[in-house]
Design a protein around this ligand. Structure first.
Ligand SMILES: Cc1ncc(COP(=O)(O)O)c(C=O)c1O
Length: 430
């Protein structure tokens, strides 16, 4: 069947609400490649939006899933205890920073955000939440209410969750101070901390339950914060009795070259949200929190039928085992540095590239017009040209002006070189 026919069938029976990055139709995938129904193979540098971090159909994960599926596919943890749920919680408590000890599982990233926000409100008996410009936390109600990356995600759903306040994310490349001057990283950090302090001063610390932040801005533009920002943010939270929530849905599980992105910054949150790469494609999300916070959540104050499904837990345990292999994460960091160096040198050759930034294998290339404004048109043309030549990339950024490089963490160097060649060939045509 032709691509056009399949898409026509889709359009007849599927809601138009779902957005599509392209019209690629696939019949399967393996490792770093997708197999198109057009007979072409595509290098997948999107990983299903940072999910299949170990490549498609990794044999160890497939085998763990098959084994679990033939033993127990579902029961609901509230109906009967089963070991995979507990084993995964134990594993997460062992591999996360000291102080993060107790888990709750759901099915996806938005569910993890809902859980974190509900826990923060419940544990502090306060209602206010501070989130950031450019943030993306998901589509469910609380998650959408703290999302700011694009207006269209919230339009039409008002009134949203109340008591949400927006502070500026330290997006250094575009950060300007109060006098309209471009910030250096330290200024950017201080300026953006002041934005948080101003909200707390205005609303009152007794109204704010939590600050929720992505340790590297994801959908909003793939922008890591300046080095000291998260430490400063943590101390503002501590001084004011406010919980700090890290949304590591996209940055977690090796994506930035450490198991969790916050390890780069030496800051431990009170609650951390996880999903995406946790189970390499099986639906799973969760939060891990400090014991003293989690213990305030009373029985049945939250729950769910599918959270921590045994098959997803088995996939997560197999994925973590692979990521914990000696040298695995170091290799991710090294590959990230290699790609960044190559992209940087393209950045100095081609005027349409304004900025290259990232951590590990979470790398963004921002496209600009001659006057420095975001350039979504060029971004989209480069993405299309790459796809025509067998490389799948997706964009992000509030104006769709950033191309993200999120290859599998175990991508081969030969595939990286091939991808970079396709990318440069596309950029130099612009
Ligand atoms: C940082 C972050 N948080 C939350 C979410 C929501 O996750 P999900 O789409 O699994 O609900 C996303 C999804 O892209 C994300 O990038």
């Amino acid at each position: 069947m032709q691509k056009e026919e399949i898409i026509a069938r889709y359009k007849k029976v599927v809601s138009p609400v779902l957005g599509h990055y392209n019209d690629l139709v696939i019949k399967g995938a393996k490792g770093s490649y997708l197999f198109g129904i057009d007979g072409k193979n595509y290098l997948d540098f999107s990983c299903g939006i940072a999910v299949t971090s170990l490549g498609h159909c990794h044999p160890k994960i497939v085998s763990a899933v098959k084994k679990q599926l033939s033993n127990l596919e579902h029961i609901c943890i509230g109906v009967a205890y089963y070991e995979k749920y507990i084993e995964l919680a134990e594993k997460l408590s062992a591999i996360t920073s000291d102080g993060l000890d107790m888990c709750f599982f759901c099915q996806d990233g938005s569910g993890a955000i809902e859980a974190a926000i509900k826990l923060a409100k419940y544990a502090t008996k306060k209602q206010g939440i501070i989130s950031f410009t450019g943030s993306f936390h998901g589509r469910t109600f609380a998650a959408m209410s703290v999302t700011n990356s694009k207006e269209k995600y919230k339009k039409g759903y008002e009134p949203l969750m109340a008591n949400v306040f927006e502070a500026q994310y330290p997006y250094c490349y575009r950060c300007v101070d109060d006098a309209g001057q471009k910030c250096d990283p330290d200024n950017c950090s201080k300026h953006c901390i002041k934005a948080v302090e101003d909200i707390i001063a205005k609303e009152g610390k007794d109204k704010i339950a939590a600050v929720i932040i992505e340790p590297v801005l994801g959908e909003g533009g793939y922008a890591p914060p300046p080095a000291f920002y998260l430490k400063r943010l943590k101390s503002v939270c501590e001084q004011n009795g406010i919980l700090l929530i890290f949304d590591e849905v996209q940055t977690g599980f090796g994506r930035t070259g450490k198991m969790f992105a916050h390890e780069h910054f030496g800051v431990v949150p009170d609650i951390m949200c996880m999903a995406k790469g946790i189970a390499n494609g099986l639906p799973l999300g969760g939060i891990i929190a400090k014991r003293e916070v989690m213990e305030k959540w009373s029985v049945s104050a939250h729950g769910g039928t599918f959270g921590g499904n045994p098959v997803s837990c088995a996939a997560a345990l197999a994925s973590i085992e692979i990521m914990q292999k000696k040298g695995f994460l170091n290799k991710v960091e090294r590959m990230g540095t290699y790609i960044m160096r190559k992209l940087d040198s393209m950045g100095s050759k081609y005027k349409c590239i304004g900025d290259v930034r990232g951590l590990g294998l979470m790398i963004g290339v921002e496209f600009i017009k001659e006057n420095g404004d975001p350039d979504p048109e060029t971004t989209s043309k480069v993405v299309k040209e790459c796809l025509n030549n067998g490389l799948l990339l997706i964009s992000c950024g509030s104006h769709d002006q950033v191309i993200r490089f999120i290859p599998p963490l175990n991508v081969k160097k030969s595939d990286v070189d091939h991808a970079l060649k396709i990318f440069e060939d596309a950029v130099c045509k612009m």
